[in-house]
Design a protein around this ligand. Structure first.
Ligand code: ASP
Length: 437
């Protein structure tokens, strides 16, 4: 038994009996000890993920509508898995209990967590592993954060030497003893927590892609795989839209010095991507990736000598805070401040009131709104110190002929962020990719 390996399988890896059989092969090959599972996902484009099925049942029931179609779709998926693997387990009392909760529309988190619960129950039997309910050890504090110490103590008091476990992802128990889920995609976080409390050297996260790609495959054909990257680089890339993992994972893994290995259930010979807690351990000397997003707006404020006015940034930030708008970046000049925000904030706020507040409190000489901005981030720890790498990024950018609306790199920063017109987004990423990688 490989006692320290913690692995998590996502919804697509568990969508059908055929896929679950592939997962069994992967798990039993080196007898991985802790297996965290998601709810079965889509078998094809038209299919539904079972978590969405449960959400739908709850919504329908709450609005007094018939939820039997969705409920039966949920039941049938698990009944089929049970039948395909000839498992001896009576699902009826569990289905009845779930039905009752939906009918009385109570305990929403309990209801939506049942996809993972049934998944882990049946898969543990099929693998010949123990079932370990996440609610028996993952503990949430009052403020919604995970109490890692308590979680670890409970886990250690349950887990027995020499035994292997299948654990449902996505949920734990709150301080009152009720089931509480993470946000969507949260089985990644459950896996990271188990890796942290089991002192695992590596957390294998099995999905349906080979690993992290250098850039978006929808924009560049067959981009290279990133073999190694740091959690810091991962966060920079995810922040800019490259989302494969739940963003709360990194916290538990980084603090506990655990390497994350992203793998593909459907191509298990590919070694995937390794995400390292310490960028110094990464051997290669390359840039890491390019990510980007459209949909930003810049509020550009011009005022003579603005940088000499004490507390001006705080004043501007407080105006945006009043309207619940998060600020992405604030590039400043001697006589100007640009506030970069996601456009949907501006579209969904009363922007006239926001601008009135800026006029009355900042008294700008000029105020300009620049819409339809895309941000593109070139990421790599190299950018912290390597002048050549920096030069290459700028040379490649200029080949694209895109207009720079804004530019951002912090001191010691590991990314250079270009703000360009949305119409030039795709071609800029393509040019950067082809000349940098
Ligand atoms: N089943 C949950 C979701 O669909 C959690 C997960 O799959 O990670 O969000």
């Amino acid at each position: 038994m490989n006692k320290n390996i913690v692995c998590k399988f996502g919804g697509t890896s568990l969508a059908s009996s055929e896929n679950i059989t592939k997962v069994k092969e992967i798990v039993l090959q080196d007898k991985k000890r802790f297996v965290i599972v998601s709810a079965p996902g889509k078998r094809n484009k038209e299919d539904v993920k079972l978590t969405d099925c449960l959400i739908n049942c709850f919504k329908l029931s709450k609005s007094g509508e018939d939820f039997s179609d969705s409920f039966n779709a949920f039941k049938t998926r698990f009944e089929d898995i049970k039948k395909d693997f000839d498992l001896d387990f009576d699902l009826t009392p569990y289905f009845d209990d779930l039905y009752k909760h939906i009918e009385e529309h109570k305990d929403y988190d309990y209801v939506v967590s049942r996809g993972e619960f049934f998944s882990a129950r049946l898969i543990s039997l099929f693998f010949g592993y123990e079932f370990l309910d996440a609610a028996s050890f993952i503990t949430f504090a009052k403020d919604g954060s995970v109490e890692l110490e308590t979680t670890k103590q409970k886990f250690n008091s349950i887990v027995e030497a020499g035994k292997c476990y299948v654990i449902p992802g996505f949920y734990g128990q709150d301080y009152k003893g009720n089931i509480k889920t993470f946000s969507r995609g949260g089985s990644d976080v459950s896996g990271a927590i188990v890796a942290a409390i089991a002192d695992a050297p590596v957390y294998e996260n099995w999905t349906d892609v080979d690993g992290f790609l250098v850039t978006d495959p929808k924009l560049c054909k067959n981009p290279l795989l990133i073999e190694e990257l740091s959690y810091h680089e991962l966060r920079e890339l995810s922040y800019m839209g490259a989302n494969v993992l739940h963003q709360d994972c990194a916290k538990f893994l980084r603090e506990n010095d655990i390497v994350l290995n992203l793998r593909n259930t459907f191509n298990p010979t590919c070694k995937g991507s390794l995400i390292m807690p310490d960028s110094k351990k990464i051997k290669h000397k390359k840039l890491t990736g390019i990510a980007g997003q459209k949909g930003f707006t810049i509020i550009h404020i011009e005022k003579f000598d603005i940088n000499e006015s004490l507390g001006i940034i705080e004043k501007v930030a407080n105006i945006f805070k009043k309207y619940n708008i998060s600020i992405e970046h604030i590039p400043t000049g001697i006589d100007s401040v640009s506030i970069i925000v996601k456009s949907y904030f501006i579209n969904s706020t009363n922007s006239k009131d926001l601008l009135d507040d800026i006029y009355s409190q900042i008294k700008p000489d000029k105020l300009e709104i620049i819409e339809n901005v895309a941000l593109i981030s070139v990421v790599g720890s190299l950018l912290r110190s390597d002048k050549d790498a920096e030069r290459q990024v700028f040379e490649s950018f200029f080949k694209s002929n895109a207009k720079i609306i804004t530019l951002n790199k912090g001191a010691g920063g590991i990314s250079i962020i270009f703000g360009v017109p949305e119409s030039e987004f795709e071609t800029t990423i393509q040019t950067l990719y082809s000349s940098l990688f």
